[in-house]
Design a protein around this ligand. Structure first.
Ligand code: DGT
Ligand code: CA
Ligand code: CA
Ligand code: ZN
Length: 571
């Protein structure tokens, strides 16, 4: 799968064009880059099938360029543009506070080409000496650097999952494997993964390893053997494949799923029972295998219910499994609707009808249109009049639909003082109101806490959108007293969103768990801006599961009438 490579080059082209003050084109390249990045189908398949034009934002010119990248691994046009600014723009602009313009200034004034260079000049206090930049920028860059460093080494779950699925499909198609399953942090649904771990059974392990090492997208073979093979994929991510015998598959799956902390606890438990647990099986003192072929058997022999991988973080899951008190976690199939969707009336890339079709294709029976309200002249968003027209259109359209409901809604902004800009006269017509922070992200802890509390206590607000504001690999969560926010949200009856965007996954799993302890309910939202982004829903579900969420804590497992009644404003 070469989507990451293609997206990266297109993003750089956009940045480079922008630096030359070329109008319109940067936006077009960026849009195409985002669509390729978000596209769960391998881009090389679309090229081969002549289907590139199906991707939103990809016209003839960009389609040709994508084909060139897929075929040759590079783009001549990109290299021409790059001659003027020979720096690692992709890595540099991943740092919060560094856009293309800043990268250019830093290159011209200080010769910054790489993240290492950037870190050096920032630490030496030289960024503030550059004309046009200042102490504030320097501080922001220093803060952003550590996040970007972490991201450099880890991949977003939302990008890694389709990649791993594609590899799995290709391996199965060789006919050399009787089983291929994801393991590691990927299987646990961790928000970022250090590498992809795959586990397989094969009768012909030598050939199987060979097939793995020659998959498209493999850039370098790090190890090749009949038990373990390791490759580096384009984009830098490593993938480990372990081939194990059928009789120890369950033990290996358990072992390589981890987490390490969970495994340590489990091994201690085995030892206490006079057993030995390893990746090969669970063994009695006489060497007899007690379990190993399937994972359930391993847990059962240790006196435990099978533990969903998302819970295997040594967070009390083992005692709960012992008592038979594991929660029945929410599942993708339980979710009936999407509570956060953007259309082309604000900054989305799809029309309302397209959104409905895509949501239906995901098996959903409703969605809430939650376009942005305009809060700054330069940012796309709805005026109150636009919103009024949209409400009417949604009502009209919804009447003609069978088996699908479109809810009206809005994503409002939380001002610095915690007030929310929903047009109050429209409130009765809005089925679902999300309020999110989009400005003044760096307030002190006390001020941010009060701001969020005031917003969740607003009678108009049904859910707090992407509550912590984190952008994985780019910026940390806001400073806030989350216990206080959850306590007051629970009291007010306001839900917390679990935003499914791969870079957000917000609330994060740990905070989902905390919020649930306070009795807060969850609203899962894809934040989809394009049709293919409805597939992100799974990521919100996995994140909620990591927070021990059951189906009844999630608003959108409810059918529409029950959902409307369960909202704060329905009570
Ligand atoms: P990652 O790749 O950093 O996102 O995290 P993981 O959890 O996928 O870690 P990884 O790839 O190093 O190893 C995969 C699993 O193998 C890990 O979750 C648990 C198991 N494992 C690896 N090393 C050890 C170890 O030293 N002790 C134990 N008990 N388990 C280990
Ligand atoms: Ca791993
Ligand atoms: Ca690994
Ligand atoms: Zn949104």
């Amino acid at each position: 799968m070469k989507n990451a490579l293609v997206a990266r080059i297109l993003y750089e082209v956009a940045d480079l064009l922008e630096l030359q003050d070329v109008p319109f084109k940067p936006r077009a390249y960026r849009r195409a880059a985002r669509a390729v990045e978000d596209c769960p189908t391998p881009i090389e398949d679309l090229v081969a099938q002549g289907r590139l034009r199906e991707i939103p934002g990809v016209g003839e010119a960009i389609a040709e360029k994508i084909a060139e990248i897929v075929e040759t691994g590079r783009l001549a046009y990109h290299e021409e543009l790059k001659a003027a600014l020979p720096v690692d723009l992709h890595a540099l602009t991943a740092v919060d506070g560094v856009g293309p313009k800043t990268a250019k200034l830093l290159y011209e004034a200080l010769g910054v080409r790489t993240l290492d260079d950037l870190e050096r000049v920032a630490r030496e206090g030289r960024i503030r000496t550059v004309k046009g930049l200042g102490e504030k920028t320097e501080e922001k860059i220093l803060r952003g650097l550590s996040e970007a460093r972490r991201a450099e080494r880890r991949a977003l779950l939302g990008r890694a999952l389709p990649l791993a699925r594609d590899l799995g499909r290709r391996l199965r198609a060789t006919g050399l494997f009787s089983r291929v399953e994801p393991a590691g942090s990927l299987r646990r649904g961790k928000e970022t993964v250090g590498d992809l771990d795959l586990l397989a059974i094969s009768d012909r392990p030598e050939e199987a390893a060979e097939a793995f090492c020659s998959l498209p997208g493999v850039e370098e073979v790090l190890a090749r053997g009949p038990k373990k093979a390791s490759v580096r994929l384009g984009g830098g991510l490593q993938c480990d494949l372990r081939i194990v015998p059928k009789e120890s598959f369950g033990a290996a799956l358990q072992y390589f799923t981890g987490s390490k902390e969970h495994n340590i606890r489990l091994r201690e438990r085995a030892v206490a029972q006079g057993l030995k647990l390893s990746e090969y099986g669970l063994f009695a003192p006489d060497g007899r295998a007690v379990a190993g072929e399937d994972e359930e058997g391993v847990y059962r022999a240790l006196g435990l219910a099978w533990i969903p991988p998302e819970l295997r973080e040594d967070g009390g899951e083992i005692p709960a499994a012992e008592r038979g008190a594991l929660p029945r976690l929410v599942e993708l199939a339980d979710v009936r609707g999407d509570l956060h969707v953007h259309t082309d009336l604000s900054d989305g890339e799809m029309g309302l009808r397209e959104a409905i079709e895509a949501a239906r294709a995901q098996g959903l029976s409703y969605l809430a249109v939650t376009d942005h309200l305009k809060f700054a002249a330069a940012i796309p968003g709805l005026t109150p009049d636009d919103l009024r027209r949209q409400v009417e259109e949604v009502r009209r359209l919804s009447e003609g639909l069978r088996g699908f409901t479109v809810l009206t809604g809005v994503e409002a902004n939380i001002a610095r003082d915690g007030s929310v800009d929903v047009p109050r006269d429209l409130l009765r017509d809005l089925d679902f109101v999300i309020a999110s922070v989009h400005t003044h992200l760096r307030l002190g802890r006390a001020e941010m806490t009060e701001r969020l509390c005031r917003a969740v206590e607003d009678e108009a607000v049904d859910a707090l959108g992407h509550p912590t504001g984190r952008l994985l690999g780019e910026r940390p969560p806001y400073e806030a007293d989350w216990d206080e926010v959850f306590r007051r949200a629970a009291k007010a009856g306001t839900a917390m969103e679990v935003n499914a965007h791969p870079q957000r996954l917000d609330l994060p799993g740990e905070l989902v768990r905390r919020a649930l302890e306070f009795g807060v309910r969850l609203a899962l939202g894809t934040d989809a801006h394009t049709p293919s982004q409805f597939e992100y829903l799974e990521l919100a579900v996995v994140t909620a599961r990591r927070g021990w969420a059951t189906g009844d804590t999630v608003l959108n497992t409810l059918p529409v009438p029950a959902l409307l009644a369960a909202r704060k404003r329905g009570r």
